[in-house]
Design a protein around this ligand. Structure first.
Ligand code: CA
Length: 531
């Protein structure tokens, strides 16, 4: 089992808090409690009718039930290695598997040129809306559909989302279902249902405020969670009457119990849709990789495959996922400010930089690999290369530097991350050309600031951004033919997708680009298709 690779320190703390707040069956644990670090994180699937017995056995083994997924006879359990061995031998247990990680699959790339709140009095229609033909089909009937979004919540107070019908559940210890401490979920929700014609912001696939949203919050600010939390969310989406489940998330490890849950959902008439993944290789991401789930690849505004979009035989359909403009909560993302000698320069915040402002003389710190007491009290100008951004910033800080500016060693702006390494000074990235110019300004007064970004809209990249286009189109098309089954809607979307890439289904685009109007017309002509 591998867990810690992608989870930030903050994520681990949040998970620990969620467990502490937990869940039934904590009090009866009898064995000595091992430290949290020694506990195995597993999902235990019990044989039919043996749930109560296994629950008692978990307690007997010194374990804790963190979560219940009753639809598939599963318990998320935290237990010592010895207790795990006992459960694996338990005749009431069908199987035990790791409780694997799931992550958000999209991220911010640039600030949008619109600030909302009627600043310009204009509304922008993102390119993806026309590309999937959402603008050719009224969403007047979508009040008969419910889309469940499993993500980081939604900023329901947002000016371009507040008019929607939404309900939800919070499975994290962060905020409420109607708040979003990450921004990813609000971005996804805006693609499904940002309000059109209100003179501000953007337009979603279903812009009329008719479609029903159910928000299952599984991610806090860290953007990582356990598959058992996602399964709990899936179960709650189904119980809430969702027709479509949109999952802009995934992870590389398959789960037999997840696979079973999504197969069950399909048989219950629910259409599950998930992101194909952003690794840019041939690997398969889950839940997208299960047969019962549509796997969505990403294309850009020219319908070319996004370089990050995973290619494999499971990819089923494609949608816009590059520079997708949508809604975000204000003051979650960061903004960088860089001013040298009274002149402002473009800069991007290092992901993970503290929010802080510092002013001092600019000093050349080379590539930030060697100690130099001369940087004390000054702003380090550092060239990219050889060591990590976190190592450069940390060395600047340890030598008494008060801020760090890292410039690119290749063409273009530097968008860097500290990779979860905690630092105390503000750090930003800038371009190779700006860096070259700043080398001529050593000694000048420099201000570096990382501040909350008040923007209400931003462009994100990811198969995460493609996924809600397909989920929104599925609900839109289905609203005209509510007697069709989930599988029939899935078939109609696949058969009417716009051919891209190699003829027929291919590993980059699946059947091609999802097309709302074409799928509608197909169903209008042929009725719900035979399977
Ligand atoms: Ca709008």
């Amino acid at each position: 089992m591998s867990y810690s690779k992608f989870i930030s320190a903050r994520g681990v703390l949040a998970l620990a808090a969620a467990l502490a707040l937990g869940v039934p069956a904590l009090a009866s644990a009898q064995a000595a409690q091992p430290s949290a670090a020694a506990l195995e994180r597993v999902v235990v699937v019990y044989k039919s009718g043996r749930g109560a017995a296994v629950r008692a056995d978990v307690a007997q083994a010194g374990g804790k039930v963190a979560r219940e997924i009753g639809a598939v006879n599963a318990l998320a359990v935290r237990v010592s290695p010895a207790g795990l061995a006992a459960l694996q031998r338990n005749p009431n247990v069908e199987f035990v598997e790791p409780d694997v990680e799931r992550h958000v699959l999209g991220s911010s790339i640039q600030r949008a040129g619109i600030t909302g709140a009627g600043a310009t009095g204009t509304e922008v229609v993102p390119y993806g809306i026309g590309m999937v033909q959402a603008d050719q089909l009224s969403d007047a009937y979508t009040g008969n559909r419910k889309v469940c979004i499993i993500d980081s919540g939604i900023d329901l107070g947002h000016e371009d989302l507040a008019a929607n019908h939404a309900d939800g559940v919070n499975l994290t210890s962060s905020g409420h279902w109607y708040t979003d401490e990450n921004a990813h979920g609000t971005h996804v929700a805006g693609t499904v249902a940002a309000i059109g014609g209100n003179g501000v912001g953007v337009v979603g696939v279903n812009p009329g405020g008719h479609v029903n949203l159910y928000i299952a919050k599984v991610f806090d600010a860290s953007g990582s969670t356990d598959s058992s939390v996602v399964m709990d969310a899936v179960q709650r989406c189904a119980d809430a009457g969702a027709n479509v489940i949109s999952m802009s998330l995934g992870g590389g490890d398959p789960s037999a119990v997840e696979r079973r849950l999504f197969a069950q959902l399909a048989s219950r008439g629910i259409l599950s849709i998930a992101a194909a993944g952003n690794a840019g290789d041939q690997s398969i991401s889950y839940p997208a990789g299960y047969n019962a789930v549509m796997s969505v690849a990403a294309v850009d505004s020219t319908m070319a495959r996004a370089s990050f979009s995973q290619q494999n035989p499971d990819v089923e359909i494609a949608a816009p996922g590059v520079a997708v403009l949508s809604t975000i909560p204000p003051n979650i993302e960061n903004l960088a400010q860089l001013e040298v000698g009274g002149i402002a320069y473009d800069a991007a915040p290092m992901t993970g930089s503290p929010r802080f402002s510092a002013t001092g003389a600019l000093v050349d710190f080379g590539t930030g690999e060697a100690d130099d007491p001369a940087v004390a009290g000054k702003v380090c100008l550092i060239r990219r290369g050889n060591v990590s951004f976190a190592a450069k910033v940390t060395r600047c800080q340890n030598n008494g530097g008060i801020a760090a500016v890292v410039y690119n060693n290749a063409a273009g702006m530097l968008y860097g991350t500290l990779g979860g390494v905690p630092t105390a000074i503000p750090s930003v990235g800038t371009s190779d050309t700006i860096g070259a110019g700043l080398l001529a300004r050593i000694g000048q007064s420099t201000t570096v600031a990382v501040v909350p970004d008040p923007a209400l809209y931003a462009a994100f990249n990811g198969t995460s951004m493609a996924t809600p286009h397909v989920a929104g189109v599925a609900a839109l098309v289905w609203s005209y033919f509510p007697t069709c089954t989930a599988q029939q809607i899935r078939t109609a979307l696949d058969r009417t997708a716009l051919e891209l890439g190699a003829p027929g289904r291919d590993t980059a685009f699946g059947f091609g680009l999802v097309q709302a109007r074409a799928a509608h017309d197909f169903l209008a002509r042929r009725g719900c298709p035979a399977q």
